[in-house]
Design a protein around this ligand. Structure first.
Ligand SMILES: [Zn+2]
Length: 95
């Protein structure tokens, strides 16, 4: 990863946290990606959420720590490698 790629990933990830669908009342985690990422769920319900949090430099809820470790062990090798790369570049923040 280089600085340009990192900046791009950072911008895309940050946007996902605020991209509610038109008319969303900010309480619809089943249908809205931004809600799913930001509402205090007991476990994350958004595919690839770990990358979105890391690349968006967003603190991960402490209660999701074990879920995050699961992501680091994902059987999806392409996803896991991208996540590892992003963790190395951005680090991980905890709430
Ligand atoms: Zn929403």
């Amino acid at each position: 990863m280089n600085k340009t790629e990192a900046n791009q990933l950072n911008q895309v990830a940050k946007r996902l946290f605020t991209s509610h669908y038109d008319g969303c009342h900010y309480s619809d985690p089943d249908n809205c990606g931004a809600c799913a990422l930001t509402i205090g769920n007991t476990s994350p319900n958004y595919a690839g959420w770990a990358r979105v949090y890391v690349e968006g430099e967003r603190p991960i809820p402490e209660s999701w720590r074990m879920d995050f470790y699961d992501e680091l062990c994902s059987e999806n090798e392409a996803y896991r490698k991208k996540l590892e790369e992003s963790v190395k570049w951005f680090g991980v923040r905890w709430q």
